[in-house]
Design a binder for this molecule. Structure first.
Ligand code: GLV
Ligand code: MN
Ligand code: MN
Length: 415
């Protein structure tokens, strides 16, 4: 292997790209509302594809709506190196969750182009479709279908809350990018690295700049449906009620107690709760809610996660309850080969760093079974994320871009 041709990224440019991209779907509070494959998300893809075309990079699009920016290497048939993330957002969320991973990698391509450096392997910046899962469930569906972890046809048949299929939205994305080349799913990578904001406060509290992400915690997600009986709220005495709200809240409180741990490691969230028929004077006959449970330990995921069904049945009162696990992922470990490269880059630039676990899910998860993979975190303000106030400092964005660029250059030279 020849010595890597390290290049210096352009700190101003990578920041301006972030500010420019966040105009697409910007909210009154300065965040972004850009759920997957909405007009705003498609516009974000078009914008990045125009930047790519202006730099002479190829743009490719696959059947699940992943877009790839490709910079050729000197060995064009060599397996490429990848670094990317997503442009879709949670509803009314932030400017950096996703775009940071796309735009730091895009900056690496631009910096290599400016320096006239040709890497041996091609380097690609994928934009994975529907990472957040906010519009179509499950999330990470673009990277999942690409790597074979999820079924393409099942994903395309997913519908959003208005009955719109992902298939029809992917067709709109293809129509908006008529010159993009077709890309086969599953083409291999020699390595994959993704930059992301930390979305917590460990780096910020320690005044550190680079998180070397060694692991991602696991998760289990459940749909819970409680069925009672609609009744008149004025005339129906307690003894005759089958109040689905009462049963669902009893279940929720009992679950909160079971999942409460002294160490504050288990992450238990009920973020969606639907009361039906949703009328002021009807005892509700149906409640649906969604549980997002995450934990770094495989055993805890099993033991605590299995309690959802047990507690739900025990606390249903006169109602009936059904619990369906809709998705799950085991905790995983990233590649030491790639985390060592991240650590070496941070050291080279004098950036304080630490090895750490990711508590959020990321597209990089799906690449662990395909190629050496890891992630780079930078701090975000007060750890705030999935919130319009999400923010990151320009110099931290630049530090992340520099580390991504260094790592890509080294992997692009791997034999
Ligand atoms: C991704 O945003 C997640 O919810 O972990
Ligand atoms: Mn993200
Ligand atoms: Mn997110």
């Amino acid at each position: 292997m020849s010595n890597p041709s390290y290049v210096t990224i352009n700190a101003d440019r990578v920041w301006l790209r972030h500010m420019d991209l966040s105009e697409t779907g910007i909210t009154a509070c300065g965040g972004v509302h850009r759920p997957a494959l909405t007009a705003e998300d498609i516009q974000a893809h078009v914008k990045i594809s125009e930047w790519a075309a202006a730099r002479g990079f190829d743009v490719e699009l696959d059947a699940i709506g992943n877009m790839f920016i490709c910079r050729a290497g000197s060995a064009p048939s060599a397996t490429p190196v990848g670094s990317g993330s997503h442009t879709d957002s949670q509803p009314y969320a932030g400017r950096f969750d996703g775009p940071l991973g796309v735009l730091t990698a895009f900056e690496a391509l631009e910096a290599l182009e400016d320096a006239g450096v040709t890497t041996t392997r091609p380097i690609e910046v994928p934009i994975w479709n529907n990472e957040e899962g906010a519009r179509f469930l499950p999330g990470l569906s673009g990277s999942g279908a690409y790597t074979g972890a999820l079924d393409l046809e099942q994903m395309l048949d997913c519908v959003d809350c208005n009955g719109v299929t992902m298939r029809s939205c992917v067709a709109q994305l293809h129509a908006a990018l008529p010159t993009a080349k077709n890309r086969e799913l599953g083409q291999p990578y020699a390595g994959f690295v993704e930059a992301h904001i930390e979305q917590s406060t460990i780096l910020e509290d320690a005044d550190e700049i680079i998180g070397i992400v060694t692991d991602i915690q696991g998760n289990r997600r459940f749909d819970v449906k409680v069925t009672g009986e609609n009744a008149h709220s004025g005339t129906t005495p307690r003894a005759r009620r089958k109040d689905a709200f009462v049963a669902a809240t009893d279940i929720a409180v009992a679950l909160r107690e079971v999942f409460w741990d002294e160490e504050d490691v288990a992450r238990f969230t009920i973020g969606m709760f639907e009361v039906l028929p949703g009328a002021k004077s009807i005892v509700p006959g149906e409640v649906n809610f969604f549980i997002d449970f995450r934990h770094p330990s495989k055993e805890a995921l099993k033991e605590l996660g299995d309690q959802v069904e047990v507690i739900a049945q025990r606390r249903a009162g006169p109602c009936t309850v059904s619990v369906t696990q809709v998705s799950g992922a085991a905790p995983l470990r990233f590649s030491d080969k790639v985390t060592d490269l991240i650590a070496a880059s941070a050291e080279r630039h004098g950036l304080a760093s630490r090895r750490m676990i990711s508590c959020a899910g990321h597209d990089a998860r799906h690449f662990v079974s395909i190629c050496p993979t890891a992630m780079v975190f930078i701090p975000c303000w007060k750890g705030i994320s999935h919130n319009e106030l999400e923010s990151a400092e320009p110099e931290l964005v630049a530090a992340g871009a520099q580390v991504i660029c260094d790592v890509l250059v080294v992997i692009a030279g791997w034999a």
